[in-house]
Design a protein around this ligand. Sequence first.
Ligand code: HC1
Ligand code: SF4
Length: 574
Amino acid sequence: QVTLTINGRQITVDEGTTILEAAKKLNIHIPTLCYFKLHDDRTINDPGSCRVCVVEVEGRRNLAPSCSTPVAEGMNVNTSSIRAIKARRSVVELLLSDHPHECLLCEKNLNCELQSLAAELGVRELPYQGKKATYEIDNSSYSIIRDMEKCVYCRRCETMCNEVQQIGVLSGVYRGFNSVVAPAFNLPMAETNCTFCGQCVSVCPTASLTEVHYIPDVWNAINAEGKHVVVQTAPAVRVALGEEFGYEPGTIVTGKMVAALRSLGFDSVFDTDFAADLTIMEEASEFVHRLQHGGKLPILTSCCPGWIQLLEHSFPDMLDIPSTCKSPHQMFGAITKTYFAEKMNINPKDIIVVSVMPCLAKKFEAHRPEMEYEGNRDVDIVISTRELAKMIKEAGIDFTSLEDEDFDNPLGVSSGAGDIFAASGGVLEAAVRTAAEMVTGKAGEPIEFIDVRGYDGIKEASIDIDGTNVKVAVTNGLGNARKILNDIKAGKAEYHIIEIMACPGGCIGGGGQPYIHGDSDILKKRIEAIYKEDANKELRKSHENPYIKKLYDEYLGEPYGTKAHEMLHTHFTP
Ligand code: HC1
Ligand code: SF4
């Protein structure tokens, strides 16, 4: 342990702690920019590069970057000396001299860390004026926009893409004045191996990486003559949307969200969680079928389009191992334009399905050519949790004072198993709850698979299902996914089922969720809230959802049967 003094106050911390972390323990705030602590406590790979967090250390000639300088016994630190404050301000002034000054029109207005820093440091004029670097905006993909004129070269996205996700699309290119983070050969994102997981967008402090917007399309749909506009909300949206309206992280706002969606003018307000239950019916049946008929194992969950992109790009010889299930929101679209359309006597061509997702990859997924049934796109428009919050604000809806409302039916009821899809491990836990009872034919207490919860990189467990020791693994983050896929390839991974989610923590940490600005405790609170929601529900198994039973009875026939196959399953292409 090491004892030091910061701003005249003594503190004892573990050896190896940085000055920044020690100051935090004393509630002393030091501004930062490139610094970013990830969910697994990793920090950015080039710490101290922006030099915004510099502090005065007695006896040292140069100011020290607090995020990368470890504490030392007897150290005397001053975080707010005139010299440190002036140095920080100079850094920000320099950055702003090569940054567009269009804050009012910027996507990240009021959510930009550079803007906040400039305000915090009292930047009022720019002493350095000169030529600005210019770049073309890359809006080649359905998911992510790159505007390198707004890049501050903090390299958070590079760490995320290369170290955590290990996709290697974004790296520092060029030198000096022109340095930016970009794909190799400056290729458009759509032509790279990007999975569109959106984690680069999650960590970008400015609007250099943002999502593709579909809000105008949604307004047009709502206002179009003769259209029935259906909205569905993903499991992870309800646990994060409240953050945009001042609620404590981990507050579930389902009722208010439904009320807001109705106020916005959607004709039917449904729940992707219902389709999560439907996915479990299909996926668990597929697993049981493979188990009992000597099919290919392990079966891999297929609801995350980010990981599916990784599979298709990097493991083209393994396309036969994931479940063939479409993701829940795509299944939802297919069911809406058939079963629901028939029930309501609406021409499917007059239905517009809008998905509200925590995810940027879903924007891409909905555009995949195979995501349709009988000539109708499953899902027409995908917006993120952040975009929904923007729409609610645009419409002047006072979210906090809304009375709770319920989803519409028949596609609005879900089990706790559907809810936990939002967190890493949840899909597998939900699948096991149903698969176990499909195999044994006996109903029991809902399985709580504690070992696969939480956001450790790779989690393993096993469970006895009717005499078979079913071995499972759960992984989140694409770097971990790559490892497990390599292990399967090498014959080193003996599992029956593997759940893979691209985003750290699963969809609760998706690229379309409210920004957390490096506070990974927010992710933990979202996860806790999701499991509490499940624990408090009466209905906790997908196969017990009465509306799911009805859907099979009235329309689909057998789970994993012919009709279900045509509508709800897909294939993967290299
Ligand atoms: Fe997800 Fe899913 S859980 S993929 O993470 O299977 O996006 O929330 O909607 O489709 O249900 C995302 C979340 C979501 C799908 C479901
Ligand atoms: Fe999207 Fe969820 Fe996959 Fe992230 S983990 S890419 S949010 S589906």
